[in-house]
Design a protein around this ligand. Structure first.
Ligand code: CU
Length: 64
């Protein structure tokens, strides 16, 4: 699954976003494209759960 996360601006954001997804699913594979403002996640949990984890971390997002 892939999300547009427009508010990511730096390496700190990448780390925060990655940590947020891993908190929801420790086994998740998270790839962040900072320049493209996208996060690609391989996970068994629902997309809505990943979206909520990102929201809760302060990063609004839309599914792509
Ligand atoms: Cu940042």
């Amino acid at each position: 699954m892939k999300f547009n996360v427009p508010d990511m601006t730096c390496g700190h954001c990448v780390a925060t976003v990655t940590r947020a997804v891993r908190a929801a699913d420790p086994a998740a594979d998270v790839k962040v494209d900072l320049a493209g403002k996208t996060v690609t996640v391989e996970t068994a949990i629902p997309a809505a759960a990943v979206a909520k984890a990102l929201d809760d971390a302060g990063y609004s997002n839309t599914a792509l």
